[in-house]
Design a protein around this ligand. Structure first.
Ligand SMILES: [Zn+2]
Length: 503
């Protein structure tokens, strides 16, 4: 791999950013930072943004007493601020109300209008829809989708609609997309989600409406100005409009996406509709889709009514940016559903960061100052821990997007080093005047700490950099990071303040 393009879903502006959005965005950031270390900054592109059209946004703006544009400007800015506060390193932030996006949407829709399905039919055609529509889902509902006449996800009765709309003949793509997912040409992860998409396809794909007559807050269909483009179709195109499709340098360099992250509620749109659009438009398909699960907070669904919505900004204020990032992604394995227990944040902060990483770094550096005049001892690394193998495990896990597993690996190294220091007792060696042995133990510990600094860099960027600075390694260099015993003897170190203050 020589380039890496990663996307988060673009977030719908009908709600303000919360810990669920933050989770996906931090995971994307960790992967982007990891690949920047590996491939160089210029070879990684990380995209996020906001999805700003549709009936739901129009309604929410009305409720807030604002024009849709004012409303989306405000909410989109909140997402940007939340990501800045979390030190998210996205290369671009796309908004679907930007003209650069609308231009590409028009271009793609015109292309699709002329395109044929794998069975030789027109991909786009006109038809009358009569039935129920849930504004919450922004999608049509069948009677069997409803519980007591209501959308189960939104607990509202869908509205009756009769409209003449434009459609995609999605059904003609069923076999082709099925095959591509089955043979991993389009890789859907984790495996259970792959099975879920294949299940959807087996139930039969229905053709989908791609335009709406009565929704005004949207992009006008380029070949029929009585209609706006269905918000989902418009939104999906962001992944290429941000790169400047078709002639932009970034499009040429970074498309197809290496990995697109998404929540399981938008699985069909990303793993079926999006590939169909790309195939019809003659554009290469993304390589991987990684589907993550849902959050509950203290066992309950996150909702404004219950009042259990966690704002990532609050976590940053309370714990600091690196700690907030860690606390959010260390809750449960990426890809699964998981429960976040709010009282655990402080416990985890103290255990893993203040007493764990922070304490180890302070202890080792303090001993080097005390026993070795603050200089890296003249030794070679000989501790019984295979740092090279650990790095290989981390690399392998990142390739499979196993971030949670990597946190465990890294914290095992911290535990190992704590145990090593406790066993070798440098303070006793000092009392017994065993300076040679003492220096060996401290050199080994410092080298493990240096490796830890590189290991945590994508996850805790400021902390990783700060540890390396204290070790005198100002230039972050992934090649140097890989060398076991790469820590330079004679180098002056700096003890510094505690990295994380116990709460
Ligand atoms: Zn709904």
């Amino acid at each position: 791999m020589n380039k890496f393009y990663i996307t988060t879903p673009i977030y719908y502006v009908n709600s303000v950013p919360h810990i669920g959005h933050a989770y996906t965005t931090i995971v994307a950031d960790v992967l982007a930072r990891y690949y920047r270390l590996k491939l160089g900054n210029e070879n990684v592109f990380f995209l996020t943004g906001t999805d700003e059209h549709g009936a739901k946004v129009g309604q929410a703006a009305g409720k807030a007493g604002k024009t849709p544009q004012e409303f989306v400007d405000e909410v989109s800015a909140q997402f940007r601020t939340a990501w800045e506060n979390l030190n998210i390193s996205n290369n671009d932030f796309i908004r679907t109300t930007e003209s650069r996006h609308e231009k590409v949407v028009n271009e793609i829709l015109l292309k699709l209008k002329d395109s044929k399905t794998p069975k030789g039919n027109d991909f786009v055609y006109k038809d009358i829809y009569e039935g129920l529509y849930c504004v919450g889902c922004e999608s049509y509902k069948k009677p069997e989708d409803l519980i007591d006449g209501k959308c189960p996800d939104h607990n509202i009765e869908p509205e009756y609609f009769k409209e003449e709309n434009w459609y995609f003949r999605l059904s003609d793509f069923a076999e082709m997309i099925r095959e591509k997912i089955e043979n991993d040409e389009i890789r859907v992860l984790p495996d259970e989600r792959k099975r879920e998409v294949l299940g959807f396809i087996d139930q039969g794909l229905e053709n989908i409406a791609i335009s709406r007559e009565q929704v005004k807050w949207g992009i006008t269909l380029p070949f029929d100005d009585t209609q706006t483009i269905y918000v989902w179709v418009d939104a999906l195109i962001n992944y290429i409009s941000a790169l400047g499709f078709p002639d932009g340098e970034n499009f040429k360099k970074f498309w197809p996406a290496n990995i697109q992250l998404l929540g399981k509620d938008i699985l069909k749109f990303h793993c079926i509709i999006w590939p169909a659009i790309l195939i019809a438009a003659g554009i290469e398909l993304p390589k991987d889709f990684f589907v993550h699960g849902y959050f509950t907070i203290d066992g309950k669904k996150m909702s404004k009514t219950i009042g259990n919505v966690i704002d990532s900004n609050d976590l940053v204020n309370e714990f600091g940016v690196d700690a907030a990032r860690y606390l959010i992604i260390s809750q449960f394995a990426f890809g699964q559903d998981g429960d976040v227990r709010a009282e655990e944040f402080k416990v985890k902060f103290n255990a893993d960061l203040a007493n764990g990483l922070g304490n180890l770094v302070s202890r080792v550096l303090a001993m080097v100052e005390k026993y070795c005049e603050g200089k890296v001892p003249e030794k070679e690394f000989n501790a019984v821990i295979d740092l090279k193998k650990i790095r290989e495990t981390l690399d392998k896990n990142y390739a499979d997007y196993k971030i949670f597993e990597n946190l465990k690996e890294i914290w095992n190294v911290i535990a190992w080093c704590d145990g090593y220091v406790a066993e070798k007792k440098p303070w006793t060696l000092a009392k017994e005047n065993k300076q040679d042995e003492l220096e060996q133990v401290l050199y080994n510990s410092l080298e493990v700490v240096r490796h830890l600094a590189y290991f945590v860099l994508p996850i805790l960027p400021e902390t990783g950099k700060e540890i390396l600075r204290r070790l005198g390694e100002e230039n972050i260099d992934y090649e140097k990071a890989k060398v076991v015993g790469g820590l330079k003897s004679g180098q002056t170190i700096e003890k510094g303040e505690a990295l994380f203050l116990r709460k």
